[in-house]
Design a protein around this ligand. Sequence first.
Ligand SMILES: [Zn+2]
Ligand SMILES: [Zn+2]
Length: 273
Amino acid sequence: MGSSDQAVFEPKGESKSRISGLVRQLAWGALKLLYPPHCYLCNAPIAAEAGYICSTCYAGLPRPKPDEPECARCGGPLTAGADADLCLDCANRPWFFNEARSFGFYEAGLAELVKGLKYGGERALARELARYLLEAGEGLLARAEALTFVPLTEAKLHQRGFNQAELLARELSKLAKLPVVPALAKVRETADQTALKPQERLENVHGAFAPVGRARCERILLVDDVYTTGATAEECSRALREGGYEEVYVLTVARTRWKEASDGAQSQTQARA
Ligand SMILES: [Zn+2]
Ligand SMILES: [Zn+2]
């Protein structure tokens, strides 16, 4: 994957030194990611075995407090003092997935890591983020029989050269010792979700995903980088159920935070991607 997207260099004359400089730069970048001497976020020196960020930055990643009540379905924070175990959003509509969980919030350092992978092309960050998925998805991974990922269209895959959700699933697969099955296809392109309102997001992704082949097991876990309104997770889960999977779990690195609106209803902050 991806190699066909790389430009073919044919060094000639004066461009040769510029290209070799670029190659050196790329090689150094790759080396730094493989053996990172510095924290990806704050640049503090770290031990190579520490991963990609320092312990201070790791401790500061935006996560829910351990005693914060979470929605049994989507894993989002519950309104303080709520007696239900579902958030308003989950209580008000049926979902195709059984449970969704995220490591933390799509803010600060965690958003920076996700963007570094997705837009910065720092593929090695998938290994770091997969460790977070393993931590956050302990309960779900114990029940899942296989992993899958939110797919891209063929055109988008060629354009980007990789699918960050697939990279995350493949790294998580090594840690969780579960196989990755390609269970979904994205059958049409969708507009960038970040600029859309929640209802528009649902319409935007409606029918965009289709099951691939027959279900290989009963319980499957869908991996993605960010959970915003749950529209993508929901559409993918619908397609997975259509494909024969009986239970669908969703695991993402980050989610956008619920905010208490002035009228007491919950509304979700827009992703600042
Ligand atoms: Zn740091
Ligand atoms: Zn919920």
